[in-house]
Design a protein around this ligand. Sequence first.
Ligand code: KIV
Length: 276
Amino acid sequence: MKKITIKTIGSWKENSKPFSVVTAYDYTSAKIINDSNIPIILVGDSASMVTYGFSSTIPVTMDEMILVCRAVAKACSSTFVVGDMPFLSYQSSVATAIKNAGLILKRGMAEAVKLEGGVEVKPQIKKIVSSGIPVMGHIGLTPQSVNQLSGHRIQGKDIQSAQKIIDDARAVEDAGAFAVVLECIPSELSKLISDTLSIPTIGIGAGPHCDGQVQVWHDILGLINNFHPKHAKKYLKLSDNITKALNQYNSDVANKKFPEKKHTSLCSPNIIKKIK
Ligand code: KIV
């Protein structure tokens, strides 16, 4: 299949064709996605939690994001790869933002970057785009600002907050982003934004009116048992199945049921006899 491009992604909005995005953080998972019908992978900074074991997206570094991006990108012959820019890799200045966005493409081998924020990062988005790097925006609940937002809560539930999100959406589009993630905002607000913008909106916890949807790999496959975000649908209970398989393997070894003959290589008894 031909590589997906930002032109392809833009055409889905023009043709009202809903599309899906899923996160990935390693080569093997990315290969499965590349061989599926899902057209876009986001190498999310959720890697901070699901790959590196931190409790928020704040600690993950550029080097750690580049490592996971590189692994994912190697598997993606057709799937479009977006690499997330980690906390404080773009906020402090336009120059820092361009340098780090460049590294996500040059070393991380992604095709685009994603960064959080609206009006306040408009200069960064503008300059990254004019440097030749496609940008996906991310507004609404922006997890890198979890401390400023006092937790992972739905945004845009009052007039002031909803107005800020609309202003952010317009700023991101105006700056030249090719798409924008709307995270955890009311469905009516994401409908208004999706109807207003000419670039595709990609929702997570933002209802059915977005042009596309994004989900975290671990959430839809049921890989984490004690975390059930309201916006995620579990398509599998993979964690339970993996535990079952591991316990079966452990028990087979303990009971000498593994390895069997078919898993074993033999040589002539003469060879063993001749060894001193
Ligand atoms: O890092 C991530 O996984 C994300 C998605 C939730 C949009 O930013």
